[in-house]
Design a protein around this ligand. Structure first.
Ligand code: PMT
Length: 406
């Protein structure tokens, strides 16, 4: 059976309430669906369940203190916020919700929520009177305005002996709700083709020309498109990444091979997203056996241009897919990307500044500007996965527009 949360990174935040013991079960059930879990606990939560339990279950150290130099140097609160694809606070106490509503950041969990770019989900649990009070309901309204998702509490027997609304939502319903949140349906019925990673151009049987692309951005886009309901094929140069669930992989080495595989399925493709860092040059005549070292201090290789896959696709007569290119630039980012958008006749181009070592090639983070017809939108620095989901939203919207307006 397909795991609905495979490759998802979820930060489980636990606050002080009797339902804190259920966080252990939530952790296990999310893992059953393939999620990777990290946990953070408030000091009140630690009175109800020990960090050791969550550490053992999540197989990761528990984040406990904002001002603990050791934990912060291992993985600080900003890094944790960037690491997560989703933050779930379960159970969320009345006190925590009130602090979240105020935008506080004087403890670790509120600071992580404030720093987060990903979706934040709150599953409240408290005594029924505390839940009903205007103060709590006003706080709930406040956090909902900020697009924080609420998993409303269930009605029933409460640990305090009273009966009413305030019980933590059933664990299996929490897991279902989280799984559904990753599935948007904006690309339902679409065939999406993504290229990712570097290509390798052989010099001889043991050496090659390549680049620093890790494939992370392309794989994240393939996964986000799959979650949006598309049937996704990923043509990938050599990488060390796991293939996202439900994505069809086609492995290639060289630019020539990537072009051949791309052309073989482009006819049935609705959206083509060219994230691959295709080598621009290949060795004209690679040696058939290993080039031996000689007394010579220099070796000359004759290089020729590789095919420009994106250009080939944009020149296709007849059924050309909605085409999205990337522009990896070290200077004049927007100007150069606009030039590629025009010259390659693309629907969209994603301008990526690759001179900043904290983003672009190989980093887990990225920051890009998407350009297209009446579109100039910058996405600030975030994880490549979060960015991929945002890009898929734009691609789905613009692709739909292009169909509506011909
Ligand atoms: O893989 P990561 O480590 O996560 O890094 C992500 C990334 C930096 C590789 C990615 O975000 C990115 O910017 N990809 C485009 C890399 C690139 O080759 O850019 P370019 O400006 O040289 O090429 C422009 C476009 O033409 C790209 O869509 C590229 O895929 C395509 N191209 C380029 C050359 C070629 N021979 N064939 C092509 O199809």
């Amino acid at each position: 059976m397909t795991k609905r949360l495979s490759n998802k990174r979820i930060l489980l935040g636990v606050t002080g309430g009797i339902a804190a013991y259920k966080s252990a079960e939530i952790c296990r059930r999310l893992q059953d669906e393939g999620a990777e879990i990290r946990t953070a606990m408030t000091s009140a939560a630690q009175k109800f369940i020990t960090p050791l339990t969550l550490q053992a279950l999540s197989r990761n150290p528990v984040h406990l203190d904002l001002l603990d130099a050791q934990t912060e140097s291992a993985m600080g609160h900003i890094e944790v916020a960037r690491w997560a694809d989703l933050i779930l606070i379960a159970p969320a106490s009345a006190d925590f919700i009130s602090r979240l509503a105020q935008g506080r950041s004087d403890d670790l969990l509120t600071a992580i929520c404030l720093a987060a770019d990903c979706k934040v989900v709150v599953a409240p649990s408290m005594n029924r009177s505390m839940w009903e009070k205007n103060a709590t309901q006003n706080n709930m309204g406040e956090i909902q305005k900020r697009k924080i998702k609420i998993l409303n509490p269930d009605e029933g027997d409460q640990a305090c002996g009273e009966v009413g609304v305030g019980r933590l939502m059933e664990v299996r319903n929490i897991v279902n709700a989280l799984s559904e949140m990753f599935e948007t349906h904006s690309l339902s019925g679409k065939q999406v083709l993504v290229t990712a990673g570097p290509t390798r151009e052989a010099i001889d049987p043991v050496r090659y020309i390549s680049n620093h692309s890790s494939g992370k951005q392309g794989y994240a886009i393939a996964e986000a498109a799959m979650e949006a309901g598309a049937a996704v094929t990923l043509i990938s140069g050599p990488t060390n990444l796991p293939v996202p669930a439900r994505v069809k992989i086609v492995n290639v080495e060289s630019a020539d091979e990537m072009l051949e595989k791309t052309l073989s399925i482009i006819e049935s493709t609705d959206i083509f997203i060219s994230v691959a860092a295709v080598a621009d040059f290949k060795v004209e005549s690679p040696a058939s056996s290993k080039i031996k070292k000689t007394g010579e201090l220099k070796l000359s290789l004759e290089l020729s241009k590789t095919p420009d896959i994106l250009l080939e696709i944009s020149k296709l007569n007849g059924r050309k897919p909605f085409t999205v290119g990337f522009a990896a630039e070290t200077e004049n980012l927007i100007k150069n990307a606009e030039k590629k958008l025009r010259e390659k006749d693309l629907d969209l181009i994603v301008a990526n500044n690759v001179s900043d070592p904290t983003i672009g090639f190989n980093s887990d983070l990225n920051e890009v500007t998407v350009l297209g017809h009446q579109l100039h939108k910058t996405f600030p620095k975030s994880s490549k996965k979060t960015l991929a989901r945002n890009l898929v939203v734009v691609i789905a919207e613009k692709c739909l527009d292009s169909i509506s307006y011909g």
